[in-house]
Write a protein that binds this ligand. Structure first.
Ligand code: SF4
Ligand code: SF4
Length: 373
């Protein structure tokens, strides 16, 4: 389909009752927000990103998805940074408080323009929130019925390493529709339906049957993206490497640079730590409970009776890295990292997980002196 098909896709999703959220340019970045029409999507925009660096640039064409990922991930839609869980109010009839749980969203979500690594990140959060004996009610309500349009990557970011993590640059499953943008003269999209409802929406769009040349061009787009990946990571025996190198001197070196700001966990599409805040209104006697994003980089997050169990920045960085790339596998069966590179781009001091893990591998078996811990 052509650009008119993309415009029709946004309209069809609105008409099907979805709240459509996708990428748009705001405040010098590509962020995720409600999309009223295809005009709201980025046109002719590229991103230059490196460790601690991100800059929008102008492309010399009108590509809509000619960039990789921005600071936002779909976590903010499915697991927002602040959510009211319930509200309690005094009824005045002497029978105690009335508790109202937060109602589900009015409209199901249509995710427009997720990247293949994002689809894997959503699958990881599904396992965390929906896959165990305890279901996260708010996440389940937001996830329920969500329509997912993935866009295969043609332009990897300088900090991307999805090929190392097996999560991109082409989506194999987990989507309703998958688009590949082709710019070889005729600006068009090859569209693949992954579900029945994806086929139903596709049937409403102005399309023509893809030719073998179209399919070949689409495969070339992701093949080239894989070749131009910004970073790579050796994942061989990674959980074992981390488990047996707890006292590796590299942790001290990175801790000397880490500000423990938690930016990396905020932008990470899989990090899921939260805290709860109770808010009381003394005037009307009501109370509310809110769920808010938290981070393992804060001292308070590991406060257990009597104090924090991870008081040094080194222990908190180590906790994050070893969980994400090691013990996450024991817990959930996959790595906690999808190789999106956001934590590298948005770390204010440019700490790069691919470099840190390579440094641990290069010094495997070395142990920091006990008096330096
Ligand atoms: S690694 Fe970077 S982003 Fe993460 S807490 Fe440390 S300074 Fe902040
Ligand atoms: S750890 Fe970094 S590269 Fe991996 S998924 Fe999180 S933000 Fe992306």
């Amino acid at each position: 389909m052509g650009l008119d098909g993309l415009a029709s896709l946004v309209s069809a999703l609105h008409e099907a009752g979805y709240r459509v959220v996708g990428p748009t340019v705001r405040d010098g970045a590509i962020v995720l927000d409600e999309i009223g029409s295809a005009e709201d999507l980025p046109h002719g925009v590229a991103i230059e990103q490196e460790a601690a660096a991100y800059r929008l640039e102008r492309r010399d064409d009108e590509a809509v998805f000619g960039w990789a990922v921005g600071p936002h991930s779909w976590k903010q839609e499915l697991m927002p940074s602040r959510v009211r869980l319930w509200r309690a109010s005094v009824s005045g009839n002497g029978h105690g408080p009335t508790i109202e749980e937060e109602p589900p969203p009015l409209k199901p979500l249509a995710i427009l323009g997720a990247r293949p690594c994002d689809v894997h990140a959503i699958a990881i959060q599904d396992r965390v929130f929906l896959g165990g004996p305890y279901i996260e009610r708010d996440y389940a309500q937001r996830r329920d019925g969500a329509f997912l349009v993935v866009v295969n990557c043609g332009v990897p970011g300088g900090t991307c390493f999805c090929t190392s993590m097996g999560t991109g640059p082409r989506a194999e499953e987990g989507f309703d529709l998958a688009l590949t943008e082709i710019l070889d003269g005729e600006h068009r999209f090859v569209v693949e339906a992954g579900t029945e409802r994806g086929r139903e929406i596709l049937a409403l769009l102005p399309t023509r049957q893809a030719t073998p040349e179209d399919v070949g061009a689409a495969l070339l787009v992701t093949h080239e993206a894989a070749r131009r990946m910004g970073r790579e990571l050796d994942t061989v025996r990674l959980p074992e490497l981390l488990a047996s190198n707890r006292d590796n001197p590299s942790f001290r070196a990175v801790a000397e640079r880490c500000l423990t700001c938690g930016n990396c966990t905020a932008v990470c599409p899989t990090c899921f730590c939260t805290s709860v805040e109770d808010v009381n209104d003394l005037a009307d006697g009501s109370a509310e409970r809110w769920r808010v994003w938290d981070t393992c980089f804060s001292v308070d997050y590991s406060y257990i009776h009597g104090g924090s169990v991870r008081r040094s920045s080194m222990s908190r960085y180590r906790q994050w890295l070893t969980h994400k790339f090691g013990t996450w596998v024991d817990q959930f069966g996959t790595s906690g990292c999808v190789g999106c590179g956001r934590c590298i781009t948005w770390c204010p001091v440019g700490i790069d997980v691919t470099e840190e893990l390579a440094a641990i591998r290069a010094t495997e078996g070395e142990v920091e002196r006990a008096d330096a811990r």
